[in-house]
Design a protein around this ligand. Structure first.
Ligand SMILES: [Zn+2]
Length: 108
């Protein structure tokens, strides 16, 4: 398990070793907050889902990443390629590989 945090100084969002006080991006101490109070700790696995549309029930592309930064970079690549609309590309974070449970959406 890791802490799922956002930095109130630089905007970093990601997973850090439990109990970390220093932002891994801007290196400032005491600026980390929970992304989601109900899900302060999550597993190390992030599922990144690409939906061609919200109504679509057929085609879904699923990619997995170890960090939120990698997932975001891939999302940006898909949008920049012109293949997907921004509103149709979602990042969902799931925990528990064997019994998947969605813990958060990331929209920014
Ligand atoms: Zn920071």
């Amino acid at each position: 398990m890791k802490d799922f945090i956002k930095c109130t100084n630089c905007g970093f969002i990601g997973l850090v070793t439990m109990g970390t006080e220093i932002c891994p991006n801007c290196k400032i101490s005491g600026v980390l907050a929970w992304v989601d109070e109900k899900h302060q700790e999550v597993s190390n696995t992030i599922w990144f889902e690409v939906f061609e549309s919200f109504e679509d029930t057929g085609t879904r592309t699923l990619e997995t990443f170890d960090t939120i930064q990698e997932a975001k970079a891939y999302r940006d690549y898909l949008i920049d390629s012109g293949k997907y609309q921004k509103e149709n590309v979602l990042i969902d974070i799931w925990e528990n590989v064997n019994n998947p449970k969605r813990v958060a959406d990331v929209t920014t």
